[in-house]
Each structure stands twice: as structure tokens, then as C-alpha cells.
Design a protein around this ligand. Structure first.
Ligand code: FEO
Length: 401
């Protein structure tokens, strides 16, 4: 049975939600599910903006058929060729034989790589700024390479001032009936997943997101329709501000988060002592994460959110404890930069992981490493208190600086 929502008299959400998928991209936990958004514009011509993941094909096809109400589908705009949005292209080509695909040169290269469908006379290749007229509605296409793949473009509909933004401005999380930003408590229920989605999926491409934001700033936009998560029609400035911060690698909050690994609780003990002393000194909203039991995508989101990151880990096989190494490697891969960091290491006979963590952090951009590094042997002792107090003062000095 169809399940759609109207965005306007002419634009209908025909997407759906998957609450059964455990790992998005077979990588990221999504306990709140995920939505795959698709939009159908009905005018003199009909145009579908992107499709959905194969997991919700049945729902999607029923939504499209119902909304078309017996009409032909004239166009399918392919803004993004990742399979969570394009898995139904072949099926639509079969069902709607007059339908033309609108994409750019790279779009069609990717379609031919993923699929074996016959595209003869079925394609319209657009360039930057090209337009397609549907009647009262006009679609304009703007390229947004690497937000999140190289072929990505966004589609702007000028009569209703709607931006179909592909992955940009999306979020993990199922649509639970409420589809619009003014129907949900975004800060409470959506922001952590929106941040985790951005940082892990698009975080590496900050300069490209900045370029896209600059390009889009020339457009009058009333509604943003992303491919995942809620549709924005009220607090657009809030969302644009978040994207601006994230893509410039600026922290949202000037505070401390601890990322620690601890095999028997001794390294965690050091973290607790330092965190408590910071709290005694008035530092608020400190967070701490066990890297062994917290998914790295959550750690990455926190690293993007906070200004001061403290890494504490035992030495393991003469190297960095594996879960900590995974976090640092991911941070580097995602281009995280412009943070203040500090290091705590543990080692029962040859502590060396601080040096190795430092090497990774020094290989990243604009990372300020606070001194001293605190090194303990097996467990925290009186003789370590002085170094820990110096590090506390260093963190406070930096936070207040
Ligand atoms: Fe939601 Fe890059 O695909």
C-alpha cells in the first residue's frame, strides 16, 4: 500500500524507511533506522528525483505508481549514483518506457559500471546550470562533486524554490511519520545522527562542501529536500550553519572529550582523575568514551563536535592499542583538523604508544598538542600526579586562551 506525503500541491515525497538494516554501508550502526527519500514532481511533465535503496523497492514503486495516478513518468533525475539511491533505475526503465534519465557525463559512466541496462535514446546529459522545463516547474542542475561522490549534482526547482540536495543535509534515522524539520525536535532527536552522518560520510570533503555552500548561496531556497532524513522548510539557517562549521572543521563546542582505551581499568582511572580535576576547575560538559565499546562513527562525530580531544591508551604489541589506532586512522582519513589534543599513555614495561599517537596527530593539519604527555607504568601513582596536574593546567589555559 502506498505511503506518501505532500511537500506541496505538485511535489510528493515517495521515499520510504528501513528500520531493519543494522549497518549503513555495512559499516555504520543505525539503531534509529534510515530513510531513503525520493520526490515526484507532477506538472505538464512528470519528474522523479532519485530513487531508493533496493530494500524498500516495493514500497517505493507503489508510492510512485499511486502518485502518478495513471500518468507516464517522463524524467528520472539521477543526482547521485550510490546504490542506496539508484537501485531502482533498471526497474523504472522497464516500467516507464518513455522515461528519460537526466544526469551528467559521470552519472552515465557510473550507471554503465553498476548496471547493464540499454540506455539507447533514454538519456539527457546535462552540464552545470542546464535547465529542464516541466511546465510551471523548471529544474536547474548544479554540480557538487565529492559531496559525496564525484558525479553528484543537486537539482534546484525555481518556482517553489526547492533544493533537491542529494546526500548533503541528510541524516541517519527513520522517518516516523514526521517528515519536516518543524515537525520534530531536531536538537534532541536528530542532531547526533545528522552529525554522525555528515562527519563519517562526507566529513573528508570539507573544501568541496564549502564550494557547494558558496555556489548554493546564490540561490533563493525555501525548502531543502535531502536524500536521507528530514526535509527542511523552517530552520534552514540552523542547518546551513552546522554544515558551515563541520565543513570548515571548526568545533561546535569548546569543551573536552576523552577517548580512552583501558584493558584493566588503570588507564581509565587516569582519565577519571584528570576529568574530575578539570570539572573541579569549572570545565563543564566533559565527555569520555571507551574506544573499545563505542562505535568509531560515534567517536568521529564527537571529535568533530569538541575542541579539545584527550587520547589515553595502553601500549599494545609495542604499538597503539588497536581500537585507538582505528580511531586515529579514521580521524586522519576523514581529514579532521584544527583541534587541540593531549596524550596519556600506559605501559607496564616499555610505554611507547604516546610517541606513536603523536606521530599520527602530527601528520594531520593544524593539530596543537598540549604538554606534558603523561606516561604511567601499569597504574597511576603519587609520582604521576604532578605531570597530570601540569596537563590539567595546560588544558585549562588552552580552553581559556
Ligand atoms: Fe546516500 Fe552517498 O549515498
Amino acid at each position: 500500500m502506498y505511503c506518501t506525503r505532500n511537500i506541496s500541491d505538485s511535489v510528493t515525497w515517495v521515499g520510504g524507511t528501513d528500520r531493519r538494516l543494522a549497518l549503513f554501508e555495512n559499516l555504520f550502526p543505525i539503531p534509529r533506522g534510515v530513510s531513503y527519500n525520493s520526490y515526484l514532481i507532477t506538472d505538464d511533465k512528470t519528474a522523479l528525483i532519485d530513487t531508493v535503496d533496493s530494500s524498500i523497492t516495493r514500497q517505493f514503486l507503489e508510492n510512485v505508481e499511486h502518485t502518478l495516478n495513471g500518468r507516464e513518468l517522463d524524467y528520472l533525475v539521477v543526482n547521485h549514483m550510490e546504490p542506496d539511491h539508484c537501485s531502482n533505475i533498471e526497474e523504472l526503465l522497464l516500467r516507464y518506457p518513455k522515461m528519460k534519465l537526466i544526469g551528467n557525463a559521470k552519472t552515465f559512466q557510473f550507471i554503465r559500471q553498476f548496471y547493464t541496462c540499454d540506455l539507447t535514446d533514454r538519456t539527457i546529459t546535462v552540464k552545470e546550470g542546464d535547465q529542464v522545463f516541466l511546465g510551471h516547474h523548471t529544474l536547474s542542475f548544479y554540480f557538487a562533486p565529492m559531496v559525496h561522490w564525484p558525479e553528484v549534482m543537486v537539482t534546484y526547482e525555481e518556482s517553489e524554490q526547492i533544493l533537491f540536495s542529494a546526500d548533503a543535509f541528510g541524516s541517519f534515522g527513520a522517518i516516523n511519520g514526521n517528515l519536516f524539520d518543524d515537525e520534530v525536535d531536531f536538537d534532541r532527536d536528530w542532531l547526533p545522527d545528522a552529525r554522525r552522518y555528515y562527519c563519517n560520510i562526507v566529513g573528508k570533503y570539507g573544501p568541496q562542501v564549502q564550494a557547494a555552500l558558496k555556489k548554493l548561496s546564490a540561490l533563493a531556497i525555501r525548502t531543502i529536500c535531502p536524500l536521507h532524513g528530514v526535509i527542511w522548510r523552517k530552520n534552514l539557517d540552523y542547518l546551513l550553519q552546522k554544515y558551515d562549521l563541520w565543513s570548515r572543521y571548526e568545533p561546535e563546542d569548546r569543551t573536552v572529550t576523552f577517548f580512552y582505551a583501558s584493558m584493566y581499568g588503570d588507564t581509565e582511572n587516569v582519565v577519571n582523575i584528570l576529568a574530575s580535576s578539570l570539572a573541579e576547575a569549572g570545565i563543564k560538559n566533559i565527555t569520555a568514551y571507551d574506544v573499545s565499546s563505542t562505535h568509531v562513527s560515534t567517536l568521529i562525530a564527537e571529535a568533530f563536535r569538541c575542541s579539545h580531544l584527550i587520547f589515553a591508551a595502553p601500549t599494545y604489541n609495542n604499538g597503539i592499542y588497536p581500537a585507538m589506532l582505528n580511531l586515529l586512522t579514521d580521524m586522519k582519513a576523514l581529514n579532521l583538523q584544527n583541534r587541540t589534543v593531549a596524550l596519556i599513555e600506559n605501559g607496564s614495561w616499555a610505554p611507547s604508544c604516546a610517541r606513536q599517537m603523536r606521530e599520527i596527530l602530527e601528520g594531520m593539519k593544524q593539530m596543537e598538542i598540549l604538554e606534558p604527555t603523561v606516561s604511567i607504568k601499569s597504574s597511576m601513582k603519587e609520582e604521576n600526579l604532578e605531570a597530570l596536574a601540569l596537563l590539567k593546567d595546560s588544558i585549562i589555559g588552552s580552553l581559556n586562551g
